[in-house]
Ligand binder design. Structure first.
Ligand code: URA
Ligand code: SF4
Length: 291
């Protein structure tokens, strides 16, 4: 891939990002370096939240270091509610970053994002869009499961995170974006979209279209897969079709933005020897049971 337009573009994109986040990084480094090793261990449930995940960002962060440090996060009250921090997962070379709302019941138990029914639907959507699952990093706007016990069934019912919790957790997501440098970010549902695109952003008005943003060459938004799974029977088929179509738009964008990568994949799968294209360029909720 080195030497191609794709690689060049990616490097330049990284360079821009590095420059633009330098002062923030330095600030975070300073904060983080004042913390002690005891902050990295699982916090006591009685501890008082600090108000921001920024207080837990390690110096010289890598995804592995961030994941380890996030286990001790007490940036907001949710560390007392969820079983464990559910950090993002996927290769650090991923071109696509998917941002959900918060881990669900199964993710909270497993400690991994999108392992439940929403994740299964997401996998099908990627398949249908020709997006390689190995090219996707999945994460959430909020990294602890917020829930309340249903009085009747005793089941843990998902509760939508509030603006303060989303704000407190944002530094983790910011760091993930800065390190992964995805070509495309896909926001699933209003929580992720508002966290990344602003409070006035409307998923319904702008779904399935590339949105210009400083976060990545393109940001897409669509509904949360759990809203598809919860749709009433007469709307379910249509809701799923629309969700699939939104994810296909991401697939098309990726092909358009990096044709040589698609050629590489074609070579990998067919065994044909094709010549890499030398001129490859790139432009660039309601409270419910979120599974
Ligand atoms: N829903 C989300 O938003 N994130 C997960 O990780 C699982 C379900
Ligand atoms: Fe930290 Fe985010 Fe968990 Fe709050 S939800 S404790 S900010 S990881």
């Amino acid at each position: 891939m080195d030497g191609t337009g794709e690689a060049r573009n990616r490097r330049e994109h990284r360079k821009d990002k590095t420059t633009s986040t330098n002062s923030a990084d330095r600030r975070l480094d300073t904060i983080a370096s004042t913390r002690t090793a005891s902050n990295m261990t699982k916090p006591r449930k009685t501890a008082k939240p600090t108000g921001s995940a920024a207080d837990f960002i390690p110096p010289r962060p890598t995804i592995a270091r961030l994941r380890a440090a996030s286990k001790g996060c007490q940036g907001c009250d949710l560390f007392k509610v969820g079983t464990q921090t559910v950090f993002g997962e996927g290769p650090s070379t991923a071109h696509v970053m998917v941002v959900g709302e918060q881990p669900g019941d199964m993710e909270d138990r497993a400690g991994k994002p999108f392992v439940g029914p929403s994740g299964k639907l997401l996998d099908r959507a990627f398949d249908g869009a020709g997006i390689d699952r190995d090219d996707v990093y999945v994460t959430n706007a909020v990294k602890h499961f917020k829930w309340a016990k249903d009085a009747r069934t005793k089941r843990r019912i998902h509760k939508t995170p509030n603006a303060g919790e989303i704000r407190a957790c944002f530094p983790w997501l910011q760091q993930e974006i800065a390190l992964i440098q995805p070509r495309v970010i896909v926001c699933l549902g209003a929580t992720a979209a508002k966290a990344l695109l602003g409070r006035t952003f409307s998923v319904m008005k702008s779904r399935g279209k590339p949105i210009e943003s400083e976060l990545a060459p393109a940001v897409f938004a669509t509904v949360h897969p759990s809203s598809v799974l919860r749709a009433p029977p007469d709307e379910r088929v249509r809701a799923e079709k629309m969700f699939m179509a939104d994810v296909r738009a991401v697939g098309r964008y990726l092909v358009k933005a990096a044709p040589e990568r698609t050629a590489q994949r074609a070579r990998k799968f067919s065994g044909w020897s094709t010549i890499a294209h030398p001129s490859a360029i790139s432009s660039a909720s309601t409270p419910s049971s979120h599974e």
